[in-house]
Design a binder for this molecule. Structure first.
Ligand SMILES: *Cc1c(COP(=O)(O)O)cnc(C)c1O
Length: 423
């Protein structure tokens, strides 16, 4: 079982999200369609929040995992902060009722316009990723007569050999500044008139399923914090980033409570602890509903060709990621079981959602692709001129259409034909 039976369960064989049959949602809104559980979002966010107990902390949900306004609004109502990586995400958070002072701005390439917009909005802190960005922020803030609160995002360079599962994160020298340069950069930041140094940040990767890399990273960050204090630079918050994994197949990620306990142990209680979870908040809260258009048998394989594709869920094509695929309706039991390639209509051989899955299917069968709440719609595209699906948020027995299906005419509404050729 890879989905939480608390929010997804079967009643007489039919798959429900909270109190609503997924087949009802497919009938009402069509397929493909993303469906999210409000209770699941609430539950995970509150587990994070409660795990800190009396410790001063702030959970900043990483918007890039799922930026739908209804999702952001759900979390804003709980008091969540937000981790953004663009001016677009800033606007989304503000439109969703998020508080500006609880926004953290991450990312290696913030433009002057984005820095300006975030300063005017009064966000909480900028996580700086390079010396040049620091100079630019100082300049933009000066122009506005404002002081920007900053943290420096460091790359703790956790040993790749001991933790090979995050080796892709380690080789990414694009992110953060090397530990060896951090002290000098902090000194420079402290000397700039329009910056106020408040913290340090790190984010070591995504879908981590072990606590050791987090422990190592925090130890290194705290060594830096100690060195800074000796140098007269005292920080008030430590941002441990996001990255806690979820169970897509058979992974055994640490519990939220164990993860938070590691942070609380590593960080002295004089510091506020900030975290930036994305996937672990919304990933398991959502499914992608799809319908089987055709069953096609070739000499080598059986294909179930669905109306969802890599355009709706690119993770399998991009990372060979594994998502559980469930039939939605009880009647599936009447079909013979075969091993299927679950593919979409997109004209790419890499367009697959799942491979070699034993399923009982017929033309028209409804499928739920589980754990599609994070990096699903957020990475969706219009490739092959495919309108993006609707997003639905379920709350108990209430069904809220959070975003209607894109219409075909929306796809090219802003495009222009050439002017007439000269006579
Ligand atoms: C992507 C990202 C996150 C969230 O990562 P998850 O794996 O979704 O938890 C947090 N912080 C930063 C800086 C990121 O880039």
């Amino acid at each position: 079982m890879t989905y939480s039976t608390e929010f997804f369960h079967r009643v007489e064989g039919d798959l429900f999200i909270e109190q609503v049959p997924l087949s009802t949602i497919a009938n009402e809104f069509g397929t493909p369609c993303y469906v999210y559980s409000r209770a699941a979002l609430d539950s995970v966010w509150q587990r994070y929040d409660r795990a800190f107990g009396q410790r001063r902390h702030q959970v900043h949900y990483a918007v890039k995992a799922n930026g739908n306004l209804a999702v952001l609004n759900t979390l804003a109502r709980l008091g969540s902060g937000f981790d953004i990586v663009s001016g677009g995400e800033l606007a989304r958070v503000l439109a969703a009722g998020g508080e500006a002072r609880k926004i953290v701005f991450s990312g290696v390439g913030k433009s002057a316009a984005e820095l300006d917009a975030a300063l005017r909005a009064g966000i909480g802190v900028f996580n700086l990723e390079s010396p040049d960005e620091m100079e630019r922020l100082n300049q933009v803030a000066g122009g506005l007569g404002l002081r920007a609160r900053v943290a420096i995002r460091v790359n703790p360079d956790v040993d790749a050999h001991t933790h090979p599962y995050i080796s892709t994160g380690l080789n990414e020298n694009k992110f953060g500044v090397p530990m060896t340069e951090a002290l000098a950069l902090y000194r420079r930041a402290a000397s700039l008139p329009n910056l106020e140094v408040t913290g340090v940040a790190c984010h070591i990767g995504s879908q981590l399923t072990d606590l050791a890399p987090f422990e190592d990273a925090m130890a290194r960050v705290m060594a830096l914090v100690t060195a800074l204090a000796a140098d007269g630079i005292t920080l008030s918050h430590i941002d441990a980033g996001g990255g806690l994994g979820i169970r897509y197949k058979d992974e055994t990620p640490p519990s939220i409570e164990d993860y938070v306990a590691v942070l609380c142990r590593a960080i002295p209680d004089t510091y506020e602890i900030c975290i930036e979870p994305g996937r672990s908040i919304c990933g398991a809260a959502g499914v992608l509903l799809s319908k089987v258009e055709y069953l096609k048998t070739t000499p080598a394989r059986r294909f179930a060709i669905c109306d969802a594709a890599m355009t709706e869920l690119i993770r399998p094509a991009l990372y060979e990621a594994w998502h559980d695929v469930q039939t939605v309706s009880a009647e599936a039991a009447q079909q013979p079981e075969h091993r299927y390639e679950i593919v979409g209509p997109v004209c790419e051989s890499g367009d697959f959602l799942a491979s070699d899955r034993p399923l009982r299917l017929r033309e028209g069968s409804l499928l739920a692709i589980m754990c599609a709440g994070a990096y699903g719609y957020a990475m969706a595209s219009n490739y092959n001129a495919r309108p993006r699906p609707p997003e639905v948020l379920v709350d108990g027995n209430a069904v809220h259409l959070a975003r209607p299906r894109e219409r075909i005419e929306d796809l090219f509404a802003t495009e222009r034909l050439l002017p007439d050729d000269p006579k």
